[in-house]
Design a protein around this ligand. Sequence first.
Ligand SMILES: *[C@@H]1O[C@H](CO)[C@@H](O)[C@H](O)[C@H]1NC(C)=O
Length: 220
Amino acid sequence: MTSFYGSLTIFYLSFLLLVIYQSLVGDAIDPTEGFISLPFNRSYYRIQKPYDLPENQRYSFINGVHKCWVLSTDKPHTPTSNTKPRTEISIHGYPYSSGVWQFEADAYVPTGTTGVSIMQIFGAEPPSATTLMIRVYDGSLTYYRDPVLVPNVYNKWFRLNVIHDVDAAKVKVYINGDLKLERDDRRGTSHYFKCGVYTQNDPSNCMESQWKNIKVLKKK
Ligand SMILES: *[C@@H]1O[C@H](CO)[C@@H](O)[C@H](O)[C@H]1NC(C)=O
């Protein structure tokens, strides 16, 4: 009898631990499983910032954290561009036109930043210039203007994974390991990833995002 109740207790405790574990971990997965992380250093990206300012007025890289900020009144990134102001880490070193590619990073957006794209997959079939934009509006992360991917992202680090399956023409967005969006891509012949701040509609005076552990990965 004792051993019967003993087994029952162990069974019950194991079950309880499993329930606790699942409620903590949720359904989060590692979206990078099956991908290879590619070399990433300054030779793979350049900083786009208002053309009339030195880089250190709008970008810093301290203790592994890239900080990008821009004012809604700033100039575009080139004298001839008529796009809105941006400070972006442009990963031109990994252009792609086929295969399955992934961008992973930890991102942080301070309170007040709004009306801005913080991550893009550049390249699409005209007239579209991008296959994906992740924006911030009033503290929510959105796919372009909608839908909302997650609310209340201000002032906390979150893990962003974006997968572009060019062959299947699909994009997927994961926040903290949870799949938040799956969409058709917007075609186009060449793509690369960008992150930072790129002014959109109804922007705050100052827009800022921070980035660390940036990786570009490719499916094996
Ligand atoms: C960046 O990484 C590449 C590939 O690993 C290497 O060849 C290159 O020297 C590195 N450049 C810098 C600036 O560290």
